[in-house]
Design a binder for this molecule. Structure first.
Ligand SMILES: Cc1ncc(COP(=O)(O)O)c(C=O)c1O
Length: 371
C-alpha cells in the first residue's frame, strides 16, 4: 500500500468519530427506515428512503475518503456502471468500450445504449492506446481488464480523450481505490463493483460511482432517485464492515498472488500466465506506474478444457465460483461464459489463505507436466 492509501485507510477507520455524541454506537446502525420525521419539508438530512438514508451515508463516507471524491452508492457494480453511462450519454452520442472487458458491460452497450440511439464502438483494451477519440463523447476503460488482465495507461488515455472532447469513465473493480486511483490520473468518473474486494466475503452486491464534478455527481445521484436503483441497508452495512478490513485483506491477497504467480509461471503445465505485477508481464511497465502492486488476480492457461476443469475440481482450496476479490481463493474457466479466451484459460482470484498451505493445494492439483 502506498502512503496516500495508508493515510486514507486510517481515516476510513475513524470517520464516524467526529460526529459521535456521548453513548452513540461506534459502528453505524443498520437503518431500515424508509420514512423520516418531517414536520417541515426543508432542512432534513433525509426525507425518503429512495433518496438517501444513514447506512448509505456511512459507506459513502468511507468510499469518498478512499476516492478523495464524491461518491454515490448503488445496489451492484452494474447499477453503478449503467448510472454513469446513462448520465454521460444521450441519443446520438458515441461511446468507446473495451471489447475484452467485463462482458455484461458490453451487453449493456448492445441491449440498452444502442437501442436508445447511442453508438457503441468496441475496441480491445490494448488498441485503445492508439485509437482515435475524435467524435467520441465517452471513452470507457477497464484496467486491468477482466479477465485477460491487460493494462491501459489511464493518464495517457485521459489526456488524449480530453483533448478530443471526450470524458473518461474507468472501471476500477479489479484494483479498488487502495491499489489504483484513476481520478488522480485524470479519469472523470470511477465505477466499481464493491461486490468484490471491498465487501470481500462474497455475501453482498454493491457498487459505486465516484467523481469530482459536483454537477455530474448530482445528476448521478438524481438518476439513482429516479431509477430507484438503490442499495439495501443490510448490504450497505456489510460493505461498511468489509471496507474496514480491506487494506489488511488486500495485503495478504496481493502478497500471496505475487508469489503464486511466479511459481505458476515456472510450472511446466502452465502457459500464457498474466499477472501485471510480474516483471516479465507485458503490462508491467504501465502497471508499475499506476498500480500500487500487481493485485490479487492471475490469469493462466492449462492445456485444454478438461485439464483446466480437472485442476479446479481437484484443488480443495479453490472455490469454483464466478466472482473475485473474496477471502476465499476462487477460480473458473472464463470460456464457459463466452469470453474470448482459450478453453483452458483460468482466472484465479487469490484469497487470504496462508500462502504455503494454499500453494501446496494448488501445486498438488496441477498436472505434473505438459498435458
Ligand atoms: C470488472 C467488473 N465490473 C463490474 C462488474 C459488475 O459487478 P456486479 O456483479 O456487482 O454488478 C463485474 C462483475 O463481475 C466486474 O468483473
Amino acid at each position: 500500500m502506498d502512503e496516500v492509501a495508508k493515510a486514507r485507510m486510517a481515516q476510513v477507520l475513524h470517520h464516524r468519530k467526529a460526529g459521535l455524541n456521548l453513548g452513540d454506537p461506534v459502528v453505524p446502525p443498520i437503518s431500515v427506515a424508509t420514512t423520516f420525521h418531517l414536520p417541515e419539508a426543508q432542512g432534513a438530512a433525509h426525507y425518503y428512503g429512495r433518496s438517501g438514508q444513514p447506512t448509505w451515508d456511512a459507506v459513502e463516507t468511507q468510499l469518498a475518503i478512499l476516492e478523495a471524491a464524491e461518491v454515490v452508492s448503488f445496489p451492484s457494480g452494474m447499477a453503478a456502471i449503467s448510472a454513469a453511462l446513462i448520465c454521460c450519454l444521450k441519443a446520438g452520442a458515441r461511446v468507446m468500450i473495451p471489447s475484452d472487458g467485463y462482458y455484461v458491460t458490453r451487453l449493456l452497450g448492445r441491449d440498452l445504449l444502442q437501442v436508445y440511439g447511442v453508438e457503441v464502438v468496441e475496441v480491445p483494451t490494448l488498441e485503445m492506446v492508439a485509437a482515435e477519440f475524435t467524435g467520441f463523447d465517452v471513452v470507457y476503460i477497464e484496467t486491468p481488464s477482466n479477465p485477460a488482465l491487460d493494462v491501459i495507461d489511464i493518464a495517457a488515455i485521459a489526456t488524449r480523450a480530453h483533448a478530443a472532447g471526450a470524458m473518461v469513465i474507468a472501471d476500477n473493480t479489479t484494483m479498488t481505490p487502495l491499489l489504483q486511483r484513476p481520478l488522480d490520473l485524470g479519469a472523470d468518473l470511477v465505477v466499481a463493483a464493491d461486490t468484490k474486494a471491498p465487501a470481500g466475503h462474497s455475501d453482498a452486491l454493491f457498487g459505486h460511482v465516484a467523481g469530482r464534478d459536483a454537477v455530474l455527481m448530482a445528476r448521478i445521484r438524481e438518476w439513482r432517485r429516479q431509477s430507484g436503483a438503490v442499495p439495501g441497508p443490510f448490504e450497505a452495512y456489510l460493505v461498511h464492515r468489509g471496507i474496514e478490513t480491506l487494506e489488511v485483506r488486500l495485503a495478504r491477497m496481493c502478497e500471496n498472488a505475487a508469489v503464486i504467480a511466479e511459481r505458476l509461471a515456472a510450472h511446466p503445465a502452465v502457459s500464457g500466465l498474466r499477472y501485471p505485477g510480474r516483471e516479465a508481464d507485458p503490462a508491467h511497465t504501465v502497471a508499475r506506474r499506476q498500480m500500487v502492486n500487481g493485485g490479487f488476480l492471475i490469469g493462466f492457461e492449462l492445456a485444454n478444457e478438461d485439464t483446466a476443469e480437472a485442476f479446479l475440481t481437484n484443488c480443495p482450496l479453490i472455490e469454483q465460483a464466478t466472482s473475485f476479490g473474496g477471502v476465499h481463493t476462487a477460480a473458473e474457466r472464463r470460456a464457459r461464459w463466452g469470453d474470448a479466451v482459450a478453453p483452458g484459460f483460468i482466472r484465479l482470484s487469490i484469497g487470504v489463505e496462508p500462502l504455503e498451505v494454499l500453494w501446496s493445494a494448488i501445486e498438488a492439483a496441477l498436472p505434473s507436466g505438459k498435458s
